[in-house]
Design a protein around this ligand. Structure first.
Ligand code: SF4
Length: 358
């Protein structure tokens, strides 16, 4: 099964911590961009069944219903759709109940809401344009519109986040009809306005504080029945993100749009972060990153990000020797033949995975 990802790079305003590829929204540019997406859908030959379509960004909810419907109709026409999970990232600014009802009516069946926090102080310091109330309203309105699969994004260790404010956010979150949470530790990326703002940086929790935020979140979500299935992902049973799982289990996915990545047709490639080049070209320009899919070692590294972990036998003899020590330290746990990171291990996942691969 293949997944399709559409990168919609437009945002109403740039958030000061964000280093994703995005551009200010302009109606004409967005229309031309959708035209280029439609050309690309027709140009690729996708013989595999497609079970996931994902609109990410940027802010895909800046597209009109007609534009999203045109893209979905083109997918219907040129691909073999197999009961696809169709996700759209939704920015909770403003009251858009009609838009949500229309989204559901055209077939979008999963909404990923960029709530980030339910503390107005934290949202303000993050430079978000929505309030806690608008975040809650968006989720409730989506549910009322018929969305039974709703994910919320949470930002952890951000400016002004205290254990009390995080606790308040988690309590508010748990009262909402959600099936999934993506919780990310804020990364201070070089070149972003946040990285140059000494005052905001001084309001971020230190490394220990960030670890506490993460573990506080893991515990609260587990308690509420949202199982951690990946470093940053939590879901009620059966609601794991079908699309994101493709990244970690090395299933093929095709990315369309400026800045999109793909593992498709036996190659890994990306589209340059240049919306103009994308919308001018008959077929999207690509840079080949690798002329083969993931090798065994890369697959192992990706699988270790998952709570279900890997079969011990898949590890090298050198890695196996390191297991007792990492288990003793509480970073790994063994269940039968499988070895997996613990919540504490997820915090240091990059370092631990690198250690096991050495
Ligand atoms: S809305 Fe999302 S993609 Fe756009 S600038 Fe903010 S964080 Fe980045």
């Amino acid at each position: 099964m293949t997944g399709i990802y559409f990168h919609i790079p437009f945002c109403a305003r740039k958030c000061p911590y964000c280093d994703f590829y995005s551009l200010p929204y302009q109606r004409e540019t967005a229309e031309a961009y959708v035209g280029a997406i439609l050309r690309n859908i027709a140009a690729y030959e996708i013989t595999d069944d497609v079970d996931s379509i994902y609109f990410g960004g940027g802010t895909p909810s800046l597209l009109t219903i007609r534009q999203i419907e045109d893209i979905l109709n083109a997918c219907q026409k040129h691909m073999h759709l197999h009961k696809p999970e169709i996700t759209l990232e939704y920015n909770p600014t403003g009251q858009r109940d009609t838009y949500l009802r229309q989204l559901r009516a055209i077939g979008v069946n999963r909404l990923s809401v960029g709530t980030q926090s339910f503390s107005d102080d934290v949202l303000h310091l993050l430079g978000r344009t929505h309030s806690a109330e608008q975040g809650k309203h968006a989720v409730l309105a989506a549910y009322a519109a018929g969305f039974a699969n709703i994910s919320c994004d949470l930002m952890l260790a951000c400016p002004g986040q205290t254990p009390e404010r995080l606790s308040h956010t988690l309590t508010e979150l748990m009262q909402l009809p959600i099936t999934h949470v993506s919780a990310y530790l804020l990364q201070i990326e070089d070149g972003t306005p946040l990285s140059r703002d000494a005052h905001l940086l001084s309001l971020c929790p230190d490394e220990d504080g960030a670890a506490d935020c993460y573990l506080q979140t893991v515990r609260a979500l587990q308690k509420a029945g949202l199982e951690q299935y990946e470093v940053s992902s939590f879901a009620r049973e059966g609601f794991e993100s079908r699309h994101n799982l493709k990244y970690w289990t090395c299933e093929p996915y095709l990315g369309i749009g400026a800045g999109a990545h793909s593992c498709f047709g036996g190659k890994r490639f990306s589209v340059p972060k240049d919306a103009k080049a994308f919308l001018m070209a008959q077929r999207q320009p690509v840079e080949i990153l690798s002329d083969h899919p993931c090798d065994t070692e890369e697959r192992l590294m990706l699988s270790l990000r998952l709570r279900r972990g890997v079969d011990v036998q898949a590890l090298s003899p050198a890695a196996k020797k390191k297991l007792p020590c990492l288990i003793q330290a509480g970073y790994l746990e063994q269940n039968g033949k499988r070895i997996a990171l613990t919540a504490e291990g997820f915090l240091l996942s990059n370092a631990i995975i690198a250690e096991l691969m050495m």
